[in-house]
Design a protein around this ligand. Sequence first.
Ligand SMILES: Nc1ncnc2c1ncn2[C@@H]1O[C@H](COP(=O)(O)OP(=O)(O)OP(=O)(O)O)[C@@H](O)[C@H]1O
Length: 604
Amino acid sequence: MKEENLEKYPVGDMLKRLLLNVKDHNKTIFVYFLIYTITGAVYPFIAILFPKYLIDEIAGTGSYNGVLIIIGIYLGLSIVFGFLKNYIENLSYPCITKLRIDYIRDTFKKLVSIDYKYMEDAKFFEKNGRALEATSSNDNGVEGVYHKLFKLPAEVITILILTVFIGRLHFFILAGLISNILMGIYINRQVHKFQYARKEAIAHSERKKRYYYNTTHDFGYGKDIRLYQFKHRILENYDKEIHNYIGIQKIIKNREYRLGFLDLGFLLISNSLTYGILIYKVIHGMSIADFSMYLGAVTVLSLLLKTAIEQFSFILNEGQYVYDYYTFMECDMGEKGGDKKAVKNDTLEIIFDNVSFKYPDTDNYIIKNFNFTIHKGEKLAIVGINGAGKSTLVKLMTGLFDVTEGEIRINGVPIRDYNKEELFSMFSVVFQDVNILAFNITENVACSSGKVDLARVKKAIEKVGLLEKIENLPKGYKHTMLKVIEDDGVEFSGGESQKLAIARALYKNGNMVIMDEPTAALDALAEAEIYQNFSELIAGKTALYISHRLASTKFCDKIALFDRDGLKEYGSHAELMENRGDYYKMFVVQGKYYKEGVVQNVSD
Ligand SMILES: Nc1ncnc2c1ncn2[C@@H]1O[C@H](COP(=O)(O)OP(=O)(O)OP(=O)(O)O)[C@@H](O)[C@H]1O
């Protein structure tokens, strides 16, 4: 990767946004900053001037009292300024950390609102990883830059005063110091450029490492990892990735190390100049008191210049990540959608108008030139082979993915015109993979911890047959689910989780019900109950039912059968049976299987 890859970014703009953020979140930090800058700028002079006055006093009158007064003043000033400076720094630290935590909160908000398509996009995770890096620790990114910005102005003031002071003594001392510092900046920027040019490789490696880390820490993978011996493969891959990562870091450190020699050379030249000139001045009449004061001033200046340059470079370098963060946060990722409101108190009509779709970064169309209408109040069953695109249709009509070509309209309005939250509010969906969150039962059903209609939660739970199970839990509806947060959290079986997901859909009471294999994990009795109660569950709404169990299609008005080439058959159960096509064949095969199973069970 070439170093020219370093992106230029507007430093001023980045700084302005950081400061505006302080203004919006916690203005007190500005007051702390002011006090720190004054005390921090004055503090070093106490140590620089003290030896001069002390030596002058000893060499002059030599009175004990005079010496004691000077020591007293020195100690007094050191204590007052030193204490104030540290105290204020201490007060500001957690406030600055809070600013970073707020940035993380904003990222969370963004992540749960952006278009779903990004959730299935590996590249997005790398981008997101880089943005998160800017908020990942106290010392780097946003918070690191804030801490440095807090301290830097005090140092700059001290440096300016000392520069004039020393510059007046001899220009060469100053020139030596400045060239040393310029070299420091150059080296720092070179290392950063080199490192930043490798940020894609680092982010890629980080993503892989994170994946292996998460896989081993996620209980959900526990069974497969053990029973299928994935452990060796995971560890092997993790080791490989670490090796890769360390390889990149070594290259960066090697470059830093080599450039460090250049820095050392300039430091030696600068120090030789300083000491040489000061010794020369002493030989030609400079007092020891002044000598010690200038020596102190040069030492402090060179130290301060070094720290200030480091901080300055740090701000420039880390600012690049901070800017990446802002770019990420400001990127429109479909959070809002259009401005149309949800359809209120009505059922939905969905029209697929010449829709084609392929997943981002893939070449194959999953759906091609698809024209179809789901009428108001219709109960439609979708059946078909694995991978035919049934779930993809759901992702498209609910707005989780955008169509590649064509248009989907809900009650005449293109779905991209709906506000995203309004659009999502219209669907009560039960997906085949159920996700239970580590909240309590009520929150999992009502999807809220705010205003919840407990009677409705209970009714939904009752309808899916979970009433007894939940009322027997020690904390009932308030019992936390999963063991991730609470030790005594309740873990549901696959079927129970699916029932809970149906209860969630019932409680939501959207305009349309979509069930994608909602009974796959249910026992036969529970499944039969869902079939029987289906009409009641959907309460006259438009409903879509995806299932491989053809018995479930009988209670639907229409059936659409898909294969890899799209819609193959469409009609009522009776019509499709009469047509003797694929649906008929599938139905007969499944029926035969069931019958044979029954016969066998009976004969057993
Ligand atoms: N995020 C994705 N990126 C790329 N391809 C995908 C993605 N999700 C699904 N696919 C592909 O799209 C095709 C259709 O998948 P879909 O899940 O819609 O099928 P399905 O009919 O619901 O299958 P099943 O009956 O097995 O649930 C599959 O070939 C799948 O590999």
